[in-house]
Ligand binder design. Structure first.
Ligand code: SF4
Ligand code: SF4
Length: 180
């Protein structure tokens, strides 16, 4: 059985992704590292929800120490309209580093189940960060399981957030604007 480190940014997307990886015979460990989630209390709420899911689905979880929110802003300010690439890079690079340091066979991300994320960009960033850190990125389009993840979220009684994570996405969601 191959081991995989799964970067998770919320419990709802982790439900089906973990189920699917287990069905493919992976031994899954979750990683929490999301300096892009604002404000801090929202970050904590999503983390607590992940911890509740880890108990219910019985998987180990690594929680990266610290919040590193200032680093997120340092990497996106000045090109906010294209911020998602840097956001993916920051989170997947950390995941690849931890995967390599701890001897995982590969790493992956729950971002791949979201219909709102850029799959080809995730693949490109995943492959590059894997090469940089001497590990392997496991790419799979999990979007066919998005509906099932919503069902599982209800069954597990998990908190479901209303915006992607950063304050820009919160503004876009509620004011119905698009940052360029
Ligand atoms: S992409 Fe959005 S909905 Fe999916 S795991 Fe990340 S925060 Fe959750
Ligand atoms: S919209 Fe989501 S993926 Fe894009 S920068 Fe914000 S938190 Fe990251």
């Amino acid at each position: 059985m191959a081991s995989i480190l799964l970067h998770c940014c919320c419990a709802p997307c982790a439900t089906y992704t973990i189920k699917s990886l287990r069905e493919q015979d992976f031994e899954v460990t979750a990683l929490w590292y999301n300096p892009n989630i604002h404000p801090y209390m929202e970050h904590q709420k999503r983390l607590e929800s992940m911890q509740a899911l880890a108990e219910q689905m019985e998987f180990p979880m690594i929680v990266s120490e610290g919040y590193e929110m200032p680093d997120y802003f340092r990497s996106v300010v000045g090109h906010e309209g294209k911020r998602c690439t840097d956001c993916y890079n920051m989170r997947l690079n950390k995941t690849a580093q931890i995967a390599n340091d701890n001897g995982f066979d590969a790493f992956c991300t729950t971002l791949l189940i979201s219909p709102y994320q850029n799959q080809s960009m995730l693949k490109e960033v995943g492959d590059k960060t894997a090469e940089r850190n001497n590990t392997a990125f496991y790419f799979k389009d999990f979007r066919e399981g998005f509906r099932e993840s919503q069902q599982m979220t209800k069954e597990f009684d998990l908190y479901r957030q209303k915006y992607c994570g950063c304050i820009y996405s919160e503004w876009e969601r509620f004011a119905k604007v698009k940052i360029s």
